[in-house]
Write a protein that binds this ligand. Structure first.
Ligand code: P6P
Length: 338
């Protein structure tokens, strides 16, 4: 019976009792889910209200901002500044840390990519929001970049909202991964995907194949073997997917397995890779590991990368455990033969 579901708020209160934690965590999560509902509303109205197209500005990454990039960022900053649980925030869209004024008791830091995959907005392909929560380190000014430069293993919680055929919020607090679907008529997220786990094996990989000429040998070896199919060394056929929206790719992997790769390559390695460590790779790595998968740079566990800059980029290989282990082994063989 569909009404016999629990809401995200019920789930958070249960987690709060289980963790014997104060209500702070529940209230900070409530602000994030409200922001995601508001972004979902604006994404879904799209061209009807002029939300498509470019904003006429660039972000810190030097990327042209879409109108919804700016709107989603404003919504996240505003909604998460109200209840005093965050001392500061960092956004993919903003160069500097945003101190949350008047909340000296704020004990948490929020990092987010307010609208990931926004090149897909005007063509109506799924986009998402990604968030990561850290504690304010002792004795550090929370409004300094240094406060944010913590490895992924220090995350308190991480999650994403996927604005797809339905709007979902997927969350981990370190006790597994749980998925909630937005009931627009009720205006609440309901638990629909408890204890999401990633199959250890897969026949589906995701990579932007147009970059093949730039790939390092271990990635080329892995993809070539997948493409060789059952006649090749893997002895089975593979399928390829590429949505150009990390949230959509990770969600597919959580639901049915797979491996996602945005590796460092000859062209992007000058910047350290394509995807950002603090508010894309780390939160997704936390979710993937909590769901039984692995997340690596190819040479290091992603969540153990020691950050040196707020907007730093990193190679990303994540998903089904046995496939990520294979890709990491190919990197190790390659490096040992150098
Ligand atoms: P490309 C979106 O801009 C993003 O950050 C990820 O969501 C996505 O996986 C990747 O970049 C797409 O990159 O080079 O295929 O456009």
């Amino acid at each position: 019976m569909p009404y016999k579901r629990i809401t995200l708020t019920h789930f958070l209160l249960q987690e709060q009792r289980r963790l014997k934690s104060s209500g702070v965590f529940t209230s900070l999560m409530n602000d994030i889910l409200t922001a995601c509902k508001m972004v979902s509303h604006e994404v879904n109205r799209g061209a009807l209200v002029g939300n498509h197209g470019v904003a006429g500005s660039e972000n810190i990454q030097g990327e042209e901002q879409k109108k919804l990039d700016v709107l989603a960022n404003d919504i996240f900053i505003h909604m998460n500044s109200q209840c005093g649980t965050y001392a500061a925030m960092a956004s993919e869209e903003l160069e500097e840390v945003q101190a949350v004024t008047g909340t000296h008791e704020g004990r948490y830091l929020l990092l987010f990519d307010p609208l990931d995959g926004s090149s897909n907005i005007d063509v109506n392909i799924s986009v998402g929001s990604i968030f990561s929560i850290l504690r304010v380190p002792e004795g550090v000014d929370p409004s300094s970049q240094d406060a944010f430069l913590q490895p992924g293993v220090k995350q308190v919680a991480a999650g994403y909202a996927l604005y797809g055929s339905s709007t979902m919020l997927v969350l981990t607090t370190g006790n597994g991964v749980h998925g909630f679907t937005l009931d627009r008529d009720v205006g609440m997220f309901f638990l629909t995907h408890p204890h999401m786990t990633i199959p250890a094996d897969t026949t589906e990989y995701a990579i932007n194949g147009s970059r093949a000429r730039h790939w390092e040998a271990p990635i080329k070896r892995y993809v070539d073997e997948c493409n060789a199919g059952k006649e090749g060394p893997r002895g089975k056929d593979f399928n390829m997917r590429w949505v150009a929206s990390m949230v959509a790719e990770v969600h597919r992997i959580l639901v049915r397995g797979g491996v996602f790769m945005y590796p460092a390559d000859a062209e992007n390695m000058k910047k350290g890779g394509k995807l950002r460590l603090m508010y894309e790779a780390n939160p997704m790595a936390f979710i993937v590991e909590q769901a039984g998968g692995l997340a690596s740079t190819g040479r290091q566990r992603l969540m153990e990368v020691a950050p040196s800059a707020l907007h730093q980029r990193v190679p990303v290989i994540l998903g089904s455990r046995n496939e990520v282990e294979r890709i990491v082994a190919y990197h190790a063989e390659h490096d040992a033969a150098k």
